[in-house]
Design a protein around this ligand. Structure first.
Ligand code: MRU
Length: 345
């Protein structure tokens, strides 16, 4: 297995507390915030202290441990019901990434078997979710990199790296493994408006490990493809529905259309926890809307005219037919269809 050095960890459990690398401050400041209250973790998820589908799920799992600890201290007999408001806050923190609900349901599935102090069992489960995510990323890195040609130039969008996961990353895990195998020679990173995940996070991550990366404005992707500079577009996902439609950061869909037009391959890398068999197609995915300020301002400085009407959906849906391959830790599906994906559901 070709593994690239990978030192970045954005979620740490230490001394019975949760530590989150504050991604709003990157790349210029590396500050960990410490949490011992689940509702504050829910707020941190909403505020993008921690972001990225798998990372949100892992943070929520640890938050359940914090909530259970508080509830059990208040009343050991009634902790199941006392914990509910905190669970609701966590569930509502962000709507699009299914990993959040997946992690909460997995944590809750333990409740019925707990008769005493819930913390040891729930902590073990949260740590298991965390470790499984990192292991899935290594596996997806290996499987995805195997699909890449020599001298491969990759375009990625948003940040689907170590920062967005338990470690190593999904799309950036494939980039890391592809680079370690000597296949990936150049990465282009979209800046990813409106929140700048590309310029602030992806570029920083790749530069930490000396992986060659060039930052581009989102609108440059078409010209790069037209000039034959991109072999693969590789992205993560927030939710993949039963028919293979993929919700991911806004702008992903336009990359998929561009890729198909230019004969560039399009890869989606996501753990099984991102698959949502309950939704038939991407039409039913709730797309998060975020505040106007993300669009009209830059670093607190207003750019757009006052009072302008803004529409700020932060995810879009790429139809399955535009996806060449979905990579999960369980295997790879080329030209995804409902039938092919059903093996994992
Ligand atoms: O709004 P964000 O930063 O949470 O959006 C993140 C993405 O869209 C990622 O591509 C996705 O969650 C996959 S992360 C492995």
């Amino acid at each position: 297995m070709n593994l690239q050095q990978d030192s970045i960890r954005a979620i740490i459990w230490q001394d019975q507390q949760l530590q989150l690398l504050d991604q709003r401050k990157l790349p210029h400041e590396q500050i960990f915030l410490t949490f011992d209250d689940a509702v504050e973790v829910a707020q941190a998820i909403r505020d993008m202290v921690v972001r990225g589908a798998p990372a949100i799920g892992i943070a929520a799992a640890y938050a359940v441990v914090l909530a259970a600890k508080t509830a059990y201290q208040q009343n050991p007999q009634r902790w199941h019901s006392l914990i509910q408001p905190a669970l609701q806050q966590l569930a509502l923190a962000r709507p699009t990434a299914v990993n959040l609900m997946w992690a909460l349901q997995r944590m809750e599935s333990n409740f019925a078997h707990i008769s005493n102090d819930p913390v040891p069992i729930l902590l073990a489960e949260a740590q298991q979710i965390h470790q499984e995510d990192v292991a899935a990323n290594y596996k997806m890195g290996e499987l995805g990199a195997a699909l890449l040609p020599q001298n491969c130039c990759v375009l990625t969008h948003c940040n689907a790296g170590a920062l967005a996961t338990g470690g190593y990353g999904t799309a950036l895990g494939v980039v890391r493994s592809g680079y370690a195998a000597g296949k990936v020679v150049q990465v282009y990173a979209d800046e990813t408006r409106p929140w700048w995940q590309g310029s602030r996070l992806t570029v920083w991550e790749l530069m930490q490990e000396n992986i060659p990366v060039t930052l581009i404005a989102d609108s440059v992707a078409a010209s790069l493809m037209q000039r034959g500079k991109i072999d693969w577009v590789i992205v993560g996902a927030d939710r993949i529905t039963a028919n293979g439609d993929v919700a991911n950061k806004i702008g992903t869909y336009s990359l998929a259309v561009l890729a198909r037009h230019h004969g560039v391959k399009f890869m989606v890398v996501a753990p099984i926890s991102t698959l949502d068999a309950t939704l038939d197609s991407g039409d039913s995915i709730e797309i998060e809307q975020r505040p106007d300020t993300e669009v009209v301002s830059c670093h607190g400085q207003r750019i757009a005219a006052n009072h302008v009407v803004v529409w700020n959906p932060v995810f879009d849906v790429t139809p399955a037919e535009l996806v060449d391959v979905i990579v999960t830790e369980k295997g790879v599906v080329h030209q995804p269809t409902r039938d092919k994906l059903s093996q994992w559901f």
